[in-house]
Design a protein around this ligand. Structure first.
Ligand SMILES: Nc1ncnc2c1ncn2[C@@H]1O[C@H](COP(=O)(O)OP(=O)(O)OP(=O)(O)O)[C@@H](O)[C@H]1O
Ligand SMILES: [Mg+2]
Length: 247
């Protein structure tokens, strides 16, 4: 790998009541990758994301950054917003925690809000927004600190297909424009093939790498989505997932 960003070696996580979520996970994530993690429910995908984010500690193995690109952006499956605060305040929260002065954090929040296509909704509160819009607010909050690495845990699972496609395109565009490294957990083979440069499929619990699929570069658009190449790649990824689940 040209530019490794983080290397997971023999990574394991056993929870207190005995569940072995991960065991012997070896994986290197390269700078600038759009890496999707696919795998059966309960195989440890969220656990890996939390370990990489430093929100939890491994019980075996190690995580080596080359070097640590702080801050990281994290988007949870449920948009975790402050219900009483407007969009600007929600997006600006990480800056407030960093002690950035108000004028600057408002300016930077407004910039991030525009980047995710929410200009005009700065003063709306979460209950006035659709699920897709709330997810965009979460994404803006992850981007506002100029994070170079985004960790996304099934961010679009609860959205309708059209909204999901649109957010897929927006995310891919942001990844390209900002030179991000993205680690993306999804249950959707179609989404992972559309978005990623590489798909890593996990075994059933305890999770480790079952298969790796490299994807072609190039444009992602409606033409790609309806191409024979895309269909063939989806079949390969599906077969890898099925094999991992049967193993
Ligand atoms: N905080 C925790 N305490 C105890 N067990 C946990 C905890 N978090 C996860 N687990 C267990 O670890 C295993 C892996 O969980 P994890 O959430 O990482 O799976 P996942 O691959 O993200 O699943 P899904 O696709 O359903 O989101 C599961 O068996 C789960 O019950
Ligand atoms: Mg999960």
């Amino acid at each position: 790998m040209a530019n490794p960003l983080v290397t997971l070696t023999g990574l394991g996580r056993r929870y207190d009541q005995g569940t072995l979520a991960l065991d012997g996970l070896d994986l290197t994530i390269g700078e600038g990758e759009f890496l999707s993690l696919l795998g059966p429910s309960g195989c440890g995908k969220s656990t890996v994301l939390r370990l990489i984010a430093g929100l939890d500690r491994p019980t075996a193995g190690r995580i080596a950054w080359h070097p640590a690109p702080r801050p990281l952006g994290f988007v949870f499956q449920e948009a975790t917003l402050m219900p009483w605060a407007n969009v600007v305040a929600n997006v600006a929260l990480p800056l407030r925690l960093q002690g950035v002065p108000r004028a600057e954090r408002t300016r930077r929040a407004e910039e991030a809000i525009a980047q995710v296509g929410l200009a005009g909704f700065e003063t709306a509160v979460p209950r006035e927004l659709s699920g897709g819009m709330r997810m965009r607010v979460s994404l803006a909050r992850a981007l506002v600190t100029d994070a170079r690495v985004l960790l996304l845990d099934e961010p679009f699972a609860a959205l309708d297909e059209i909204t999901r496609f649109r957010l897929n395109d927006d995310l891919r565009r942001l990844w390209q424009a900002r030179g991000l490294t993205v680690l993306f957990v999804t249950h959707s083979v179609f989404e992972s093939v559309y978005l990623s440069t590489r798909i890593v499929t996990f075994t059933s619990r305890p999770g480790r790498v079952a298969a790796v699929l490299d994807l072609p570069g190039g444009t992602r658009d409606e033409a790609f989505r309806t191409s024979a190449d895309y269909a063939a790649l989806c079949r390969t990824a599906s077969a890898q997932l099925a094999a991992a689940m049967a193993a």
